[in-house]
Design a protein around this ligand. Structure first.
Ligand SMILES: O=P(O)(O)O[C@H]1O[C@H](CO)[C@@H](O)[C@H]1O
Ligand SMILES: [Mn+2]
Ligand SMILES: [Mn+2]
Length: 396
């Protein structure tokens, strides 16, 4: 039994999903396009990474084979394959819940691509509850661009910036010290209550620091206010076990079924916390980690070179993780959706994701393309000897 470790490389898709066309995402391929850009010398960074994508550890495990790019390569060292998503959204909660055995069968609420995007009644309710003098933004936007555009006005007016994306989300950006972090969290909590009837998946607090448009940067104090998953997830089924949530996992599951939270600023700190959690985890426990930078720093920013460098940095640390694995442990590398940094726009892309399961006593084998991310949760439940998840078929 030992432990299970799920590593979600947020947004690391490996090719367009069979239903990508319905999302306008035909031809998307986060991994493939990064690989090709690197090969063509289009992802070189002066004084930084250069040339071919160097991810020998992920390759050794079977990433390329899982993506159908493994011809001539050695037989993978992991249980390798891919999975498609059956949830209707290509967002973070849908992806993570489905990984944890709970696909999302219903349609989320979305805000329209109009200006204003938010219903005036909703904004009035939030203003009434919080005493804000008003809001800025009120449209679809990229989070980094909108603080550059409206951050100074937000500072001078004291009004936070409200925006959304093609996800089911209401994001609120405000200056961490001038507006105040706790006040921002309070506004988000009020907003959470008022978007419930609209079936919105998440409200996200987006604090930033800096003095001017040129220096504004977002901080690690982002907080996600999610609705709880509609059924019992793998985390709820781990009764009597410890569930170690690394990064934003606890927020994504609305803090349900979590025993301990490990926070870190950036992928490398999150990797450190994952190793810390593994050192604490007992037999039968689950460590569930999300590596958010792939998505928020590089995928949405359409930064191919940055994404490539982040993959290389993650890859370099995999031997450390393998070194602290105990006999019987199983680790699974996967993703929650795509966010192809070469694709039009700045939104997620509907993609299949890698499924690479490895451990000291796990025999490598191909598992093909799974029909749902839920097969991951189902497999972990079997591995940990938990009650089975209602969805998914174990590959272990
Ligand atoms: O542009 P930023 O603020 O990073 O927003 C992105 O982050 C949100 C949550 O993952 C997504 O909905 C996407 O729009
Ligand atoms: Mn995500
Ligand atoms: Mn995202």
């Amino acid at each position: 039994m030992a432990r299970a470790i799920i590593l979600v490389l947020d947004s690391f898709g490996i090719g367009a999903a069979p239903d990508a066309e319905a999302f306008g995402d035909e031809g998307s391929d986060t991994f493939g396009h990064i690989l090709e850009a690197c090969r063509a010398g289009h992802a070189d960074v002066s004084g930084g990474r250069r040339g071919e994508l160097a991810i020998p550890n992920l390759q050794r495990l079977g990433l390329h084979a899982a993506a159908g790019r493994g011809e001539g390569a050695r037989r993978p060292e992991a249980v390798w394959g891919s999975a498609r998503e059956i949830s209707r959204g290509k967002d973070t909660p849908s992806g993570h819940w489905e990984i944890a055995g709970v696909p999302v069968p219903f349609e989320w609420g979305y805000f329209p691509r109009t200006v204003p995007t938010f219903p005036p009644e909703l904004i009035r309710q939030i203003i009434d509850d919080t005493g804000l003098s008003g809001i800025l933004g009120d449209r679809h936007a990229s989070g980094t661009e909108i603080i550059r555009e409206l951050g100074e006005e937000s500072l001078s007016s004291g009004r936070p910036i409200f925006y959304t994306s093609s996800d089911s989300v209401l994001q609120i950006a405000a200056h961490e010290t001038a507006f105040g972090l706790d006040r921002l969290y309070d506004v988000c909590a009020a907003a959470r209550r008022h978007v419930d009837p609209l079936n919105i998946g998440r409200v996200i607090a987006r604090p930033f620091v800096g003095e001017s448009a040129e220096t504004f940067t977002r901080t690690a104090n982002r907080r996600d206010y999610s609705v709880p998953p509609p059924e019992q997830t793998l985390l709820d089924l781990a009764v009597g076990r410890s569930v170690h949530a690394v990064g934003k996992i606890a927020d994504i599951f609305a803090h349900r079924g979590i025993s301990r939270i490990w926070k870190g600023d950036g992928n490398m700190a999150l990797f450190d916390r994952t190793l810390d959690a593994m050192n604490e985890a007992a037999d039968g426990d689950l460590v569930f980690a999300n590596f958010v930078d792939f998505d928020s720093e590089y995928g949405h920013r359409r930064d191919v070179a940055g994404y490539a460098a982040a993959l290389e940095a993650f890859d370099r640390r995999l031997p450390e993780l393998q070194a602290v694995m105990k006999p019987g442990d199983v680790a699974i590398v996967t993703a929650d959706h795509g966010c192809d940094p070469t694709f039009a726009g700045t939104d997620h892309t509907r993609e299949i994701v890698p499924v690479l399961a490895f451990g000291p006593s796990l025999e490598p084998k191909p598992i093909g393309r799974r029909e749902s991310f839920a097969d991951i949760g189902a497999s972990v439940a079997v591995h940990l000897g938990l009650d089975p998840t209602r969805h998914g078929r174990s590959f272990l």
